[in-house]
Design a protein around this ligand. Sequence first.
Ligand SMILES: Nc1ncnc2c1ncn2[C@@H]1O[C@H](COP(=O)(O)OP(=O)(O)OP(=O)(O)O)[C@@H](O)[C@H]1O
Ligand SMILES: [Mg+2]
Length: 374
Amino acid sequence: MANLTEERVLDALRTVEDPDLHRDLVTLGMIKDLRLDDGGAVSLRVVLTTPACPMKGKIQADVEAALRKIGVERMNVVMDAEVRRAPMGGEVAGPTAARMPGVKSVIAVASGKGGVGKSTVAVNLAVSLAKLGAKVGILDADIYGPSLPIMLGLKDSRPSVNADEAIMPLERYGLRVMSMGFMLKEDQAVVWRGPMLGKALQQFVEDVDWGELDYVVIDMPPGTGDVQLSLAQLLPVAGTVVVTTPQDVAFADVRRAMKMMEMTKTPVLGLVENMSGFICGNCQAVHQIFGESRIDAHAAKAGLDVLAKIPLDSVTAVAADHGEPIVVAAPESAPAQAYKALAQKVAQAVAVRTHAAEPKMGKLKAFFSSKVPG
Ligand SMILES: Nc1ncnc2c1ncn2[C@@H]1O[C@H](COP(=O)(O)OP(=O)(O)OP(=O)(O)O)[C@@H](O)[C@H]1O
Ligand SMILES: [Mg+2]
């Protein structure tokens, strides 16, 4: 192992690509703490752009194979991740990005229609991201009909205020949680109009101490109204996950929601088809009770990805009513597995978008620094 040098190891690692970002790990700056000891052992850390990376296993195997190819027999390859700050979507500019300074990416879960499972998807997506090792928060932007206190078993909890007068989010299943429901008594209705809704949302964003988080998932209210507009003006949303069901009528509402996102310049990460077939609790057969899904055709026409198809099942609603998301109540179930894959796809889509924006930002920085006399 006399001729093993750091240079040779890096050259070997230049042959390993991140399959999503289509660049090699060295160029991407993902190789950290590279150490060679006298006995020829190599240790290094591979820092991916998300802990939820579905390619983690493949990348590790590729790194180890590349090292073996140059004769390294003893190696310690540690897989690590650091989420990079997402590019700005929505209408926000400049200082508004500082509203959640410790948060890397904001992911909205939306639909033009009520009752399709937005809150269910938001909660299970958030918990799945946390289970994959990410630091995650969830914000209930449904001011009129907040669902998160019940779905997360936090019905009787109230947030506290810290010494700096910031509101501390509640913690559950590894998530930091904030909801209008924590501020209301049970059965109390919210009767605010547009401007007050915007103000309430702004408080949830600015006056809550979210801390350092990789992802904040936002559970959006149904429709394309004031909250959607306020949010787009308030926060840089990395992307929106649009929830639909197999009925065509639901898809018409989704189209309206997508038009809205186009108007507010918020990118769509892809579609989730919820209640996609019913899994029979007795025989485990899948029944298409809404008829055959046409989501693939719809999505292809709109140029969108289908991120997941979540089946209708008999555990989801009952567990949610007891404050347990399905990914906690039945982690091995088909819906829970679908949520895990969804979390990986969402993290991947955000990472790809963030990466795509980075060179442009680099170019912009270079342009401005060339204009500043040195
Ligand atoms: N895949 C599923 N299988 C079984 N039940 C589900 C599934 N998805 C959602 N549900 C149930 O359907 C109901 C509506 O879901 P949810 O509250 O998530 O919808 P929503 O789109 O957020 O509604 P709203 O528009 O009122 O905010 C809930 O009782 C939930 O537990
Ligand atoms: Mg909801």
